[in-house]
Design a protein around this ligand. Structure first.
Ligand code: CA2
Length: 146
């Protein structure tokens, strides 16, 4: 039975590749999701990619991962810096949780330095562009094997 990973993207990330290319690059969310599915096939993971601009929807999907035992690779966008609710949903997961940020949040405005997600994630890939999602999937495998 293959292991499953939910790749969750939060608010505004549906606009990837269409705004602020100097910060986030030119790849679209479709490109990122295709990269994740392809890497999942290489790694033997069932990868399911979803994006929402709504905090409650993201939390419902995290609960789905809790019920199914799926790992979570998550870029929760600006909710990273504000959402205790997403942190509380993630903390109960037993499968790996890996945080992703395309940009280096620690090199940007001070309000982006705090990550509630980072307080409960098992690993983080930050500032590596969209390749960070692929690295995060590899980290999931490493965490599952550790
Ligand atoms: O660097 C990241 O991946 C971020 O999680 C992106 C979030 C931002 O709020 C975080 O601080 C860092 C979302 C930024 C807006 O997303 C857009 C992406 C492309 C084009 C327009 C917006």
């Amino acid at each position: 039975m293959s292991r499953s990973v939910l790749v969750l993207n939060g608010p505004n990330l549906n606009l990837l590749g269409r705004r602020d290319p100097e910060v986030y690059g030119n790849a679209t969310l479709d490109d990122v999701e295709a990269m994740c599915v392809a890497e999942g096939e290489r790694l033997g993971l069932q990868v399911d990619c979803r994006q929402s601009n709504h905090e409650g929807q993201l939390i419902d999907w995290i609960h789905e991962a809790f019920e199914s035992g799926a790992a979570v690779v998550g870029n929760f966008g600006a909710y990273t810096h504000t959402s205790i609710a997403i942190m509380d949903a993630l903390v109960v997961l037993t499968a790996p949780v890996v945080e992703v940020h395309i940009s280096d949040i620690h090199a940007r405005e001070e309000f982006r330095h705090l990550s509630y997600v980072g307080k409960v994630a098992d690993a983080a890939v930050i500032g590596k562009g969209v390749d960070g999602y692929v690295e995060a999937l590899r980290q999931v495998v490493a965490l599952w094997e550790s």
